[in-house]
Structure formats: C-alpha cells, structure tokens
Design a protein. Structure first.
Length: 291
C-alpha cells in the first residue's frame, strides 16, 4: 500500500495551485512587522559554503551572541546551521544557549555515499555537540523505487544520533525540486514514518529549490499524519528563500494548513542565509546588514 493511500492524502495539482494562489491573494494578512518578528525567531541562520573556515564560523556565532546588545526587542535565530566539521567550533563559541547548533550530515547535499559513512558523520557531529542534524533523503534509493532502503537509512541515522543524545532533532530534506507532486507526498510520509522530527524542502543546491506548492503538499502530509497518529512533525522550507515577502508566504501556508500551534521554532523553521537581514530591514524600515 502506498503511504499516500494509508494516510488518505494524495495531492491534486489544480487544488494545490489554487491554494497557493489564494495565499498570495491574501498575503497582506501576513506581510507585517509582527509576522516578521516571529519569522526572525524561526530562522536557521546558515553558512554552507566550500569557503567556510573555523574563523568565519566563529565570527557568525559571535554575531548571534551579540545580537541582543544591538536589537534587544528582536528574536535570536532558532539555530546556526553549518557543516558537521564545524560543530565543535560553533558549540565552543556559542554563548546564546537558546540557539541550537544544526549540522547538515549524511554526505550533504547529494547523500551519495555508503550508509555507514553517513551514520558516522552524523554521530561525530552529535558527539561534538550538535543539537540538530539535517540529512538528505537517499534519492538514489527513493527514485529507484527502493523505499525500504531509503527508510532504513533514516532509521539508522536517527537511532545512531539518539543513542548519543535522545533530545537531538532530526530533519530530513526531500529535495522537492527533483520530485513530482505525488513523490513529494510519498517521500514526506516515508521520512515521517522513519523518524524525522522535521521534513525539509531542499538543500538549496539544486533548482528549483523550495516552492510554495511543495510546501503546501508537505504541510498537508504533516496534517494528515497528525490526524492519524497525534504526533506533530515540523516543517522547514529552505533553498532560494531570502526576502521578508518569502517569509510571509511560507508563514501563511503553515498558518492556514497547520494552524497557530505550528508557528513556533519547535515545529517551523526557515533555512536561510540572507533572510535574517531582510527581516530586520523590513521591521526597521531601513537597510540592515547585521549578519
């Protein structure tokens, strides 16, 4: 049985596209300073560059540490998202304990390696203090129809990292730009059943990255799963999301499908490197380049 059948949700293209158009029509409901303030506290402040250095990561963490001295009325980001080899650096530099350290793992962004290598990388990151791990669905298995192997990999990584820290958060990236609507739904349910705490749209390394249509499908899957199980799964749009207007759009999708309970960092994140500055700029009404 397909998981979409099990949970009673199969996306209809015309319905999804009409829903997104309705959100865009009503977007002014969310394009305001209060929403932007909330969105700022949902950001996973991200640096995932081949040119990243320990000194650069320390500087980014220092910006977070000192943020409240400059903007006491605004929210800190939910986490700092970096490559796993920088976990120890970020954990040592972090003073704002409210802010988690997130590491991409499992041979991000391609997920093209051996399962034991992926598990070892994620274990190392958690041993070095990472609070959250973002991995990519094994598309070499999923697109090949081997759902069992894709599931086994998520379970294996989840078990390994939770053995070290049972509070660690596992996010699974679907890379939705490579999937059709039906595959996005099937991948969402697969990742959730395998133990994902969050499902995430994209790595930001392929095109298209996040789209509001993919977000709507994923949120509908989260809602269908919650109705069956009672368990709440988080949602993280990422990739190509930068402006305050982007934030309002995805915030509106989550608000409409999942409701107010999901508008919290424990269940909703943005994966973004530029969004934080743009949100601060929108709130302040002037150009801000703090981060």
């Amino acid at each position: 049985m397909e998981l979409t059948e099990k949970y009673g949700y199969r996306p209809d293209a015309s319905e999804i596209e009409a829903f997104v158009e309705n959100i865009k029509t009503d977007i002014r409901k969310w394009e305001n300073a209060e929403t932007y303030r909330r969105c700022l506290g949902l950001v996973d402040l991200t640096s995932l560059h081949v040119t990243d250095t320990p000194e650069g990561i320390e500087a980014m963490v220092a910006k977070v540490n000192n943020f409240k001295a400059h903007y006491p009325d605004l929210e800190l980001p939910a986490s700092i998202c970096i490559y796993p080899n920088f976990a120890k650096v970020a954990v040592k530099a972090r003073k704002a304990r409210k802010v988690d350290i997130t590491c991409v793992g499992g041979c991000f962004p391609s997920s093209q390696s051996f399962q034991d290598v992926k598990i070892l990388e994620c274990r190392h990151a958690v041993e070095d203090g990472a609070d959250e791990i973002d991995i990519v669905l094994a598309q070499n298995a999923f697109l090949g129809g081997n759902y069992d192997r894709a599931t086994e990999e998520i379970i294996g990584i989840g078990d390994a990292i939770r053995e070290i820290n049972d509070k660690v958060i596992l996010k699974v990236i679907l890379e939705t730009g490579t999937l059709n609507y039906g595959q996005i739904a099937e991948a969402s349910f697969l990742a959730i059943e395998a133990g994902a705490d969050f499902i995430k749209t994209s790595t930001g390394k392929t095109e298209p990255a996040a789209t509001p249509e993919a977000a709507a499908i994923m949120c509908n899957c989260i809602n269908a799963y919650h109705e069956k199980s009672g368990r709440k799964i988080g949602f993280k749009p990422a990739g190509g999301i930068a402006s305050a207007e982007d934030a309002a759009l995805y915030y509106g999708i989550v608000d409409t499908i999942l409701g107010k309970e999901w508008l919290d960092p424990s269940l909703f994140r943005f994966g973004a490197s530029r969004m934080a500055n743009n949100l601060i700029s929108a709130i302040r009404g002037c150009n801000v380049t703090y981060y």
